[in-house]
Design a binder for this molecule. Structure first.
Ligand code: NAD
Length: 519
């Protein structure tokens, strides 16, 4: 699964990091095509979650620097919007080639800053790469519509035009894939962009920006600012920014949705999740067990499409021993080690929050059938590790069920029937994804029809759609009305304009003040 073209990043001395004089190195801003040192006085540490080593530091971008980034994007827009779509596509063709050639470097950076295993980090880059591949067909995706002769000598057509400066605000859990959900679609539609990577793991976004410029993206088309709340609020408030894409928690997402839309911007927010699997007694046992283990504990449960809750029709007792046996055999270690199944969670605060939610489940009556909270990983004693953890007998009113845990914790629940199981899922406020495991087509079809979740898996544990579809979380997992990537993504980043034109020989006509109708 390694890229056949693996080669080092061609712009050697990582222009996005400050020179060695400062240790740890400082992550630069990208403004108008140049990686520049921030003049910020405050910095935030980027920490390796397996070791607590400080890898780099990000600046809290100053107000002037933020304005300079937006100005650079605004200036670049005038030329970029008139650049032929074929030229914009060609840059994406080159870009996908460069990403492929640097997959291993990108994955290494993700493992260092985010903690996930190298193989999983490789998948993080690959799923983003697929969006870049999709953007290579923008000429067709952005195509308008035409009806000739809607009235005598009159034709109507619609075109999709870029909006102007757009912005993206990213979470920590997919440092490559999520920036790539955003700016490749936006810029290939003819927009310019200001990206704010997660303050916890900005490296992959910086490397991807460096590659985008190497692919030929003109100066100012993509700009990067760093920081936390203040820079996010600046993005929401700035009059020049026309659209905001956000992925992250509900607290931040709903704040951003209301603040940016109050300023008249279009906003799409992908947010938190509690994804359920319903397991029917007729499910293929081996495939279901593998799916639950992989989707429950992969990426240490820090995927928005992780299956965190398994609802067993008839009860979980007959499944528990085998689930515990398989979960216990997973290797918890630094993501950089070859045989690791689970790396650390992102921070000490995240580990504390996860452990507290597990304890609250026990305190309110859940049975802990596998407890990974006390795990110590040799040579990585300071890492934020949690081993696979399984809570059984979980009820809908427990905090561990109501809150998103975002860690390697699988909750087991009981339902009396398929109808009962569907009701449990539908009562949950989130609607990112839900899966069913069954060999009955009739049950699967009922589930597909009745379930209230945006992304439905039938014997598929993490049904994240490829980029020709859209990422369609619903209910509290999404705010906005145009989803990420796919057709909706192109619609989000373009304004539709409808033109009605008349070309005919001039002939004397009487003026009519009545509403024009076509006869
Ligand atoms: P987060 O909300 O803490 O941070 C996301 C971004 O918002 C960061 O760039 C951060 O700087 C900024 N931010 C955080 N709090 C803010 C505030 N109060 N005001 C303004 N900006 C703020 O999320 P995270 O911990 O980085 O990511 C994990 C969350 O993201 C989980 O809830 C997960 O389910 C969700 N997520 C959802 C999807 C999806 O597609 N639905 C995908 C990935 C992650």
């Amino acid at each position: 699964r390694r890229s056949p073209m693996a080669a080092p990043l061609s712009t050697a001395a990582a222009g996005w990091l400050s020179e060695a004089a400062s240790s740890p190195p400082r992550v630069r801003l990208l403004i108008g095509g140049e990686f520049v040192e921030s003049r910020a006085t405050e910095y935030v540490d980027v920490t390796n979650p397996a070791t607590q080593d400080v890898v780099s530091r990000i600046p809290l971008t100053t107000a002037d620097e933020f304005k300079a980034a937006v100005d650079a994007a605004r200036t670049a827009f005038a030329g970029w919007r008139n650049t032929p779509v074929t030229t914009r596509q060609r840059i994406m063709f080159k870009y996908q080639e460069l990403i492929r050639a640097n997959m291993d470097k990108l994955a290494e950076n993700i493992t260092t800053e985010q903690g996930k295993t190298l193989k999983d980090a490789w998948g993080d880059v690959f799923r983003g790469l697929e969006v870049v591949e999709h953007a290579c067909g923008m000429g067709s995706l952005q195509m308008g519509e035409y009806v000739s002769n809607v009235s005598h000598g009159i034709d109507t057509f619609s075109i999709r035009e870029p909006l102007g400066v757009c912005a993206g605000i990213c979470p920590f859990n997919f440092p490559a894939m999520i920036p790539l959900w955003m700016f490749p679609i936006a810029v290939t539609c003819g927009n310019t962009f200001v990206l704010k990577p997660s303050e916890k793991d900005p490296g992959a976004a910086m490397m991807l920006a460096e590659l985008a410029m190497e692919a030929g993206l003109p100066k100012g088309v993509l700009n990067i600012v760093h920081g936390t709340h203040d820079v996010v609020n600046n993005i929401c408030d700035d009059e020049a920014i026309k659209a905001v894409s956000f992925v992250g928690s509900n607290t931040a997402g709903m704040h951003i949705y209301s603040r940016a839309s109050a300023k008249g911007k279009r906003v799409q927010c992908n947010m938190g999740a509690k994804n359920h699997a319903i397991i029917l007694p007729d499910a293929d046992r081996e495939a279901t067990l593998n799916a639950l283990i992989a989707a429950g504990f992969g990426a240490a449960g820090q995927r928005c499409m992780a299956l965190s809750t398994a609802v067993f029709v008839g009860g979980s007792e007959a499944w528990e021993d085998e689930l515990v046996k398989r979960a216990s055999s997973l290797v918890v270690n630094s993501g950089a080690a070859n045989d690791t199944d689970l790396g650390p969670v992102i921070s000490r605060q995240a580990k504390d929050r996860i452990c507290k939610l597990v304890q609250s489940g026990i305190d309110t009556g859940a049975r802990i059938v596998l407890d990974g909270r006390e795990i110590v990983v040799p040579h990585f004693e300071d890492g934020n590790f949690i081993g696979p953890t399984v809570l059984a007998g979980v009820k809908s009113d427990m905090d561990c069920y109501k809150e998103e845990i975002f860690g390697p914790v699988l909750l087991l629940m009981k339902a009396e029937s398929l109808d009962d199981a569907i009701q449990i899922v539908n009562r949950n406020k989130y609607g990112n994804g839900a899966s069913i495991f069954t060999t009955s087509g009739v049950s699967a079809r009922k589930f597909q029809t009745d379930i209230e979740a945006g992304q439905v898996g039938i014997n598929v544990p993490i049904p994240v759609p490829l980029p020709f579809f859209s990422f369609t979380g619903s209910k509290a997992s999404f705010a906005g009305d145009l989803n990420f990537y796919g057709k909706a993504g192109v619609q989000f980043f373009t304004q539709i304009k409808t033109i009605t034109q008349q070309w005919k020989e001039s002939s004397p006509q009487r003026v009519s003040l009545s509403m024009p109708t076509s006869q």
